[in-house]
Design a binder for this molecule. Sequence first.
Ligand code: AMP
Length: 287
Amino acid sequence: MIIVESIEAIKEICKVPNDGRVIVPTMGALHEGHIALLNKAKEFDNVFATLFINPLQFNNLDDFDAYPQTIEKDIDVFDQNGVDVLFMPSKQDALNQEQIKTINAGPAGDIWEGSFRPGHFDGVLTIVNRFFELIRPSKAVFGLKDIQQICLIHSKLSSVHNVEIIPVETQRNPSGLAYSSRNSLITEDGKQKASIIFKALKAGKEYWKESSNLSGVKQKVSEVLSTEPDFKLQYIEAKPLSDLAESENDFSDLFREADLNHQVIMIAGHVEGIRLIDNIIINSNKY
Ligand code: AMP
């Protein structure tokens, strides 16, 4: 594995556009979810990963400061999981004011998760756009754990850069808790309590199958979550994915089932003061 830190060096390596490169952007503190993305990327040639804790996407300085960092360990994990080139620029280089173009997520970045994290998706899109410009991949792998993120990247960046966005299902621990870098900030007891999130999502999905009633789904999810007093709910959304779409067929290649009849249930809340998010897609056999 080659480790590249400078902008000039990554440009030199990637000077041929769309030359079979696949990119897996991460903020490090790697876990099973990231490894699933790397495994997917390995199906293609030339795996590029990025490790960059992007300050633009944190709307809270304390959250940025507390974000877990395990760089040495991460380098080994990237190396052992088929990464050919690891790009890990400095903050100064990656966010160089003269070179970086700010991307606005538009209205779909202001709803759901965006309404609780103003500017978050602009920050995500800005850095992913920068990595697409520099690395010029033909494919990019993202997790469905961040459903709104992958939809926005698909809408705003995939056709501009001619990059195919490849989704990977959310990876979970045996009790159903979605792997997240932030889980390392929670005790084992807290993680056990946080598994209520997936129980609630599954109950919501079951309720949907019986009723096709989104407000009933929200009520059901809320009931299940309320059985765990140490889970501090921030929001539950149960909405059609088409709310995020820019056009009728926006996600047809992303979700492959050619229509926007998917609904999504999203939950955000805190355990031991750490913010967790999760979601489940309903009305879809595939996910
Ligand atoms: P992050 O390092 O948190 O920015 O995440 C990097 C990538 O990993 C994003 O595409 C996330 O959606 C994805 N990801 C994070 N957690 C999981 C998970 N539990 N399962 C699948 N993908 C994940």
